[in-house]
Design a binder for this molecule. Structure first.
Ligand code: ATP
Ligand code: MG
Length: 363
């Protein structure tokens, strides 16, 4: 959808902000530009809507060179969320969202309807539309920025640190809402951040830049975490690369092992034998429907009687197929058993996940 072909930007004075960039942004995907301050992210974004002209190279959208259309016509098809939001302080929120529809000469009713619709889409309460930007919270202002960019339903969106100015909790909520919204609207989006965790969460693909506008790696988050192209990329990914990778892999990827399973009417000596056979010092207790009751330490499985005579301890966390392997690891480290118990959607026992299985998956 968007193609960069040998794009370079040198500012007067010889400073190279973007260096010979080749990159393809597939239609309907979110591509995240990430990298340290000054590595040319904003410059690259602004070249797409011609607020900055490249020194060299070519950018095309849907196959058309962007220099072949007038800048205003080009910008009509591109929603732009500016770094630091950039709302007009002396216009109401409603007027801010209506900026582009008004430029395009939409009639009053159509504009009002669209503003209302977008306020709903991004989760802004109705009563903010008549207020001014300084009368909103930071998170609300960021939603206005997104609504304004979406106003004429452009196929392409440029978003420059759209959630940069809010606290981590609000930021995480805005990210979730944005991903839900993108599921419906399927825009082609260039999204800038300097936060690698935001990049991993938001991006179908990530482009990692270094100082001087050099593209170091361009790939899916999974592939980048699995195989960083060089030291710059692995440093940028940080020390928890393994954990970040686990967070992207569903628990269904690794095979659950049968595990030492007993039922309540099993005799204690037979339950003890089950633990011995699996080499564990615990057993999992299931009810007659295959639901997980809890676990019992093997040293309690002594004497006459049945498992029903004992009180199993509950697993604090159970893992389902679409939970991440990071969630599975969490379940392992907080359980005395050292394993994660996986259950089906209707809460029936499927087996146990071991640390060795996680390690195997990361190889
Ligand atoms: N108009 C300009 N004239 C000269 N140099 C510029 C101009 N605009 C940007 N630069 C320089 O180009 C480089 C890239 O800037 P850019 O704004 O693209 O960085 P960025 O990656 O968006 O950084 P940040 O994360 O801080 O927003 C920087 O070194 C910057 O100082
Ligand atoms: Mg920037």
């Amino acid at each position: 959808m968007i193609t960069f072909d040998g794009v370079t930007k040198r500012f007067p004075g010889g400073m190279t902000a973007v260096d010979d960039l080749d990159l393809e942004v597939p239609e309907g995907q979110v591509v995240v530009f990430v990298g340290p301050s000054g590595c040319g992210k904003t410059t690259t974004l602004r070249m797409v809507n011609r607020m900055i002209e490249p020194t060299d190279g070519r950018i095309s959208i849907a196959g058309d060179d962007i220099m072949a259309v007038s800048a205003p016509a080009l910008r009509r098809g591109i929603g732009y969320v500016i770094q630091q939001i950039g709302l007009f302080p002396h216009r109401t929120i409603g007027e801010n969202i209506a900026t582009v529809p008004q430029l395009l000469g939409w009639d009053g009713q159509r504009t009002t309807d669209r503003v209302q619709e977008l306020a709903d889409v991004v989760g802004l309460p109705d009563d903010v539309l008549d207020r001014y930007p300084h009368q909103l919270s930071g998170g609300q202002r960021q939603r206005v920025g997104v609504a304004r960019a979406l106003a004429v339903d452009p196929p392409v969106m440029l978003m420059d640190e759209p959630f940069g100015a809010v606290d981590p909790i609000v930021r995480s909520r805005l990210q979730d809402e944005f991903l839900r919204l993108q599921d419906d609207v399927r825009k082609t989006i260039l999204f800038v951040t300097h936060d690698i965790d935001e990049a991993i969460k938001m991006g179908d693909r990530i482009a990692i830049f270094s100082e001087g506008g050099v593209l170091e790696q361009y790939d899916t988050p999974e592939n980048i975490l699995a195989e960083p192209a060089n030291d710059f990329v692995s440093d940028f990914l940080g020390s928890e690369r393994g954990l970040k990778r686990l967070a992207l892999i569903p628990a269904s990827n690794v095979e659950a092992e049968a595990g030492p399973v007993v039922s309540r009417d099993d005799r204690l000596d037979s339950a003890a034998e089950t633990a011995r056979r699996y080499g564990t010092d615990w057993v999992v207790v299931l009810d007659t429907d295959g639901g997980v009751v809890g676990w019992i330490a093997a040293d309690q499985l002594a004497g006459d009687g049945t498992v029903a005579d004992l009180s199993p301890r509950p697993f604090r966390v159970l893992v389902r197929a679409d939970d991440s392997l990071r969630a599975a690891l969490n379940a392992m480290v907080i359980s005395h058993t050292g394993v994660a118990v996986r259950v089906s959607d209707d809460s029936r026992y499927e087996g146990v996940l071991t640390r060795a299985a996680l390690t195997g998956e990361l190889k």
